[in-house]
Write a protein that binds this ligand. Structure first.
Ligand code: CO
Length: 458
């Protein structure tokens, strides 16, 4: 039996523990070792890395990708892409999605893991298609959630739809760390048997289930697991690479990782961990275990948002009521997986319902857009009474939302003009307009030597 590893230290671990604040210069010296460790892939881009580069780190994300590519010629590079939303939450037109995927591959990406928050396949099909056309590996990611309508059968159905689109692998994406070992075992087995594609498992240690979940996933036949080098593992991050390698070797798996190289990598990241702890950017709380999510079936991040909202309004006395209202709102909305942005939208609505003393008296524009069908197809049935109360007789959109959008690349290119020096720049501008434009201005000023380096490097 063979098991392979995807190392997440440069992306998800970095994002989950320190809000993606690792600048390239910080991890540059270890790229050569990361390339030698024997990983299946290095997750290093996408998710929040792109935004963070432009907004906080004064880095060109595309240049970061090219530099990683150059330093890691032997290991596959991987990114996370939110289907039609790319790296954000709004839908982009198809020409933009295709261009973004094409440029990602051209700049060095090997594997693009593509998901949609609602598991609506219409929202990933264009990104998957372009990934395959460009010769990269498309992995279809299923958002794992727990609800009365999500079960093995429904996940297998999604897996088969992804297979029919031509994805090379299926990823189980447990963004909240709520998938237990038994669930992982059954799900991996079902997907392997019925979809017959390699299965990758992604989880988080938030609730403490992570290592056991990956072990059982491996026993069920998972081909790849996501882990983080130990000093950047645990808590809201992934299970530790070295520990999983040790555990799986003991269980009789062939683990293609070099233990000595892993030690070198971890020795490199240890002082960085210490530094971020000292600066306060790494909060020890996120490294611990929070089992509340198992009690409430609500992701940890969502719970802390609820507490923050209620504390800000001095209404923590309503916490229990809001917690009870949350699953009811979710049910009304057809059981969307509680992943960003749905988790925030559901949480805010549950709070509003309780504090107003009347359900759906005030409703956010996001919830309205969701009910209009603009996010895609809800996994389950939407409560029609609720929809009627909120939208009245407004028609509901049942098509693929991106079909309603005009092409966007050329328009954006004209808009940003000479500040964008490449098509990559135009894509940065499309993804994060204000941040990208500010970055272009700083770049210009820096080159003219008129720019005082205002960004604090950490
Ligand atoms: Co994750």
């Amino acid at each position: 039996m063979k098991i392979q590893f995807t190392e997440t230290v440069l992306r998800d671990a970095n994002q989950s523990l320190i809000a993606t604040r690792l600048p390239f210069s910080k991890f540059e010296p270890i790229l050569g070792e990361l390339d030698k460790a024997g990983y299946y892939s290095l997750e290093c881009w996408g998710g929040a890395t792109f935004d963070s580069c432009l907004r906080y780190l004064d880095e060109d994300p595309w240049e970061r990708l090219r530099k990683i590519r150059k330093a890691c010629p032997n290991t596959k590079l991987q990114m996370l892409l939110r289907g039609q939303n790319l790296l954000g939450y709004k839908h982009y037109p198809d020409d933009v999605v295709r261009k973004f995927v094409a440029k990602s591959v051209e700049n060095g990406m090997d594997i693009i893991r593509i998901f949609d928050a609602l598991n609506d396949m219409r929202n990933i099909e264009v990104a998957v298609d372009e990934t395959i056309k460009r010769g990269a590996i498309a992995s279809g990611a299923i958002c794992f959630t727990i609800s009365p309508i999500h079960n093995l059968e429904s996940y297998v159905k999604v897996g088969k739809q992804m297979r029919d689109m031509g994805v090379a692998t299926i990823t189980i994406k447990d963004m909240a760390g709520i998938m237990g070992p038994a669930e992982a075992y059954d799900l991996v087995k079902a997907l392997k048997e019925e979809v017959k594609l390699p299965v990758v498992v992604h989880t988080h240690c938030t609730t403490g289930l992570g290592t056991a979940t990956l072990l059982k996933a491996a026993e069920a036949g998972a081909d790849v697991i996501d882990t983080a080098i130990s000093s950047f593992s645990g808590g809201t991050s992934q299970p530790p690479t070295e520990t999983m390698a040790y555990m799986l070797r003991q269980a009789g798996f062939e683990v293609g990782l070099d233990t000595n190289v892993l030690k070198t990598i971890n020795d490199f990241f240890k002082p960085i961990q210490a530094e971020y702890l000292k600066s306060g950017q790494l909060n020890p709380v996120v490294m611990g275990t929070d089992s509340d999510a198992l009690v409430y079936q609500v992701p940890g991040g969502m719970l802390s948002n609820l507490v923050a909202q209620l504390t800000a309004q001095n209404r923590m006395d309503k916490f229990q009521e809001v917690l009870e209202e949350t699953p009811r709102v979710r049910e009304d909305l057809g059981y969307p997986p509680l992943v960003t942005p749905m988790s925030q939208m559901v949480g805010v609505q549950a709070t509003a319902n309780v504090l107003a003393g009347e359900r759906y008296k005030t409703v956010s524009k996001e919830i309205k857009a969701y009910l209009r069908g603009e996010y895609g197809q809800a996994p389950g049935k939407i409560n029609e009474e609720v929809r009627k109360k909120i939208l009245g007789d407004e028609p509901v959109f049942t098509g693929r939302y991106a079909d309603t959008l005009e092409p966007g690349f050329e328009k954006a290119k004209a808009e940003i003009g000479a500040k964008a020096r490449s098509e990559e720049d135009v894509l940065s501008y499309i993804a994060f307009p204000a941040q990208a434009e500010a970055f272009f201005d700083r770049r210009e000023a820096r080159e003219k030597n008129t720019y005082s380096y205002a960004f604090k490097q950490v």
